[in-house]
Design a binder for this molecule. Structure first.
Ligand code: 0O2
Length: 210
């Protein structure tokens, strides 16, 4: 157990640090009173049981977890609109506190399950008392609708271990289509929504100043 604690410590540090940094980006947009392409950010270190399950499924030897399991540390960035995802990816590409080693676009090419999301695998340097340690992390960028679907599907996956009954599979496919249409509809009234949000945030600021 101590061994896992030591192994996971730099991953935990990386998640904590990046969460603060990425949330900071949202704060900067708010300060400039422009629409933030980032709605909220979450992060987690994969639980030990999930690491072991995935290593087992993918045939990854435990002494090669560091180089072969890319999502032990994971960040998720949620956006209101599909177009915001591109903006966020651009912002991340311009940063110089980590290096992007891989991009997976499950938005242009959704997964068979119906899953949509944009994934970046990054190499992030963590400062430890033994010196710098580069770790792999996965950043998932998705809309609120994509996140809703993925969260529900993920919990059902726990129950059915990927072997969904036909009825549930069909419902999930339909829910994925509905989430896709919801994103499309919201994009069509994006300007309207943003005007309203700017109006309300100005009003909030006026009250704060008084
Ligand atoms: P958790 O519990 O989220 O930590 P693979 O898992 O083989 O398809 P790979 O190579 O590990 O893919 O990386 P990929 O494709 O970038 O996906 C890894 C993560 O993306 C998953 O982590 C999920 O978080 C998410 N994901 C990918 N496909 C799906 C899907 O069909 N449904 C949902 N809900 N999420 C998905 P883990 O390891 O599953 O676990």
């Amino acid at each position: 157990m101590k061994h896992w604690e030591i192994f996971l410590a730099p991953y935990k540090q990386a998640v904590d640090e990046l969460k603060i940094k990425l949330k900071g980006m949202r704060g900067q947009f708010e300060m400039e009173s422009v629409h933030s392409p980032i709605e909220f950010v979450t992060g987690r270190v994969k639980p030990i049981a999930s690491i072991l399950d995935k290593a087992n499924q993918k045939g990854i030897p435990l002494d090669r977890l560091e180089s072969e399991m890319q999502d032990i540390a994971g960040l998720r960035m949620m956006c209101q609109f599909v177009d915001d995802i591109k903006t966020v990816v651009e912002l991340l590409r311009r940063r110089n506190d980590f290096e992007i080693v891989e991009e997976r676009d499950y938005i242009s090419h959704k997964k068979q399950s119906g899953y949509r999301s944009y994934h970046l695998v990054i190499r992030y340097p963590v400062q430890t008392i033994q010196g710098e340690k580069n770790i792999l992390m996965e950043i998932q960028i998705r809309t609120l609708a994509m996140n809703f679907w993925a969260t529900i599907e993920h919990s059902l996956n726990y129950k059915y271990k990927g072997q969904f009954p036909e009825e549930i599979k069909m419902r999930l496919q339909r829910a994925a289509e509905a989430a896709f249409r919801l994103d499309e509809e919201m994009s069509l009234i994006r300007e309207e929504i943003q005007e309203a949000q700017a109006f309300f945030s100005n009003k909030k600021d006026i009250h704060k100043d008084n």
